[in-house]
Design a protein around this ligand. Sequence first.
Ligand code: TYD
Ligand code: MG
Length: 461
Amino acid sequence: MAKSKNIFFCQECGYESAKWLGQCPACKAWNTFVEEPTIGKGSTASGGIRYQAKASEPVLLSSVHSSDEKRRPTGISEFDRVLGGGIVPGSLVLVGGDPGIGKSTLLLQMSRCLSEQSCRTVYVSGEESLQQIRLRADRLGVFKNDLAMLCETNLDVIQETILKYKPEVVIIDSIQTMYREAISSGAGSVSQVREATSVLMQLAKRENIAIFIVGHVTKEGVVAGPRVLEHMVDTVLYFEGDRHASYRLLRAVKNRFGSTNEIGVFEMCSEGLTEVKNPSEFMLSGRPEGTAGSVVACAMEGTRPLMLEVQALVCQTNFQIPRRTAAGTDYNRVNLLLAVLEKRLGLKLAGCDAYINLAGGMRLNEPAIDLAIVAAVISSYRNAAVESDTMIFGEVGLTGEVRAVSQAEQRVREAEKLGFKVCCIPQSNMKYIRSNTGIRVIGIRNVKDLYDFICTGRVSE
Ligand code: TYD
Ligand code: MG
């Protein structure tokens, strides 16, 4: 029996301390310490499989095989995009997200695609019974090949089963339900989550199994349990979306094997998640046309342009201090842009409430949408609609100048593809746009140019 002692953990960052502290010395968070019994260092838990320590010797980098060519496609191309081109053998991937957002559905669909490629996959569920999973699987449609399921929460048993079954991919749903007997605190506690993750990491690396872990998200939007969880795994993906809207975004927050810019877009239907191949079209469907305060912008998500609608409502205030809200974008940035308009164009915004919204529950902080926010505010303030076939992007500086943004050509192409007729882009980006585009491109130097464009349809020389 391992010797146990009590240790205090910071729930935010996993900092350990022998006594309770009010403030964490590592992450400076207040009141985050919880007491948990833990096993002494160096002793492995009972029943756990101890790996023989091998003598380590340095090896030459050139003699190490790259595992990139061994990536296995998941069969869901939006998922592959976020992973950086498929599943890397031996990688540990954390999939976080709000309850009910569709994590289990996504991973079950992935398991189905993998089993169709005859990839040995085990789906371990600690949350649902086999019957419940069967019910979900029936909704998703036919499983051509069978899939191995395991309903278990004892990690030692899971480990043994995995070692015996030798799968290529394992899904653990969810890490908060897993426990090791050797640790006396309950499942989901900081020490259990940490221990479970480290066991799974060893398993992944030694046996070269790709393991997907589902993690629940707390109120603050971080994966429950200590931050160290995110440091331990190779890849952290967040599955997010508006509960009331049907689309879901899969976003990489950390990826040791690829870029973190890419997003995958899905739609939740009655028979599971379907991929959205053209997100711009999806985001723009159902937008109002010819209405003041609605402007189409183009942001870049990784290598892919994403068009979306920016809305603004500017109206007389009834308060001492005008109300400002920014849904889906940075509140301080919106205040800054309103101040620029007040100073550079003399708009009387101090007497107005201003509400900014990125339609469809999108969240973006890219400066390239500044110009569209400014356009939506001017449009609402002057009650002058921006034509619905016009797309606007650019970064706005403090003196009201419009600054160049990256990948302008690609954004213009996307607008052209979707049938837009006019693009307002930063003047300094104009030289990168080829003249043979089938779309009218207008260079904007400053917010005054944009104001003229919205009110008169032209930009003065
Ligand atoms: P689930 O994958 O259980 O969420 P998580 O594991 O992240 O908690 O998703 C459940 C939600 O998805 C549930 O509210 C119902 C919805 N859903 C559909 O709309 N269509 C479907 O085909 C399935 C399987 C689920
Ligand atoms: Mg679930």
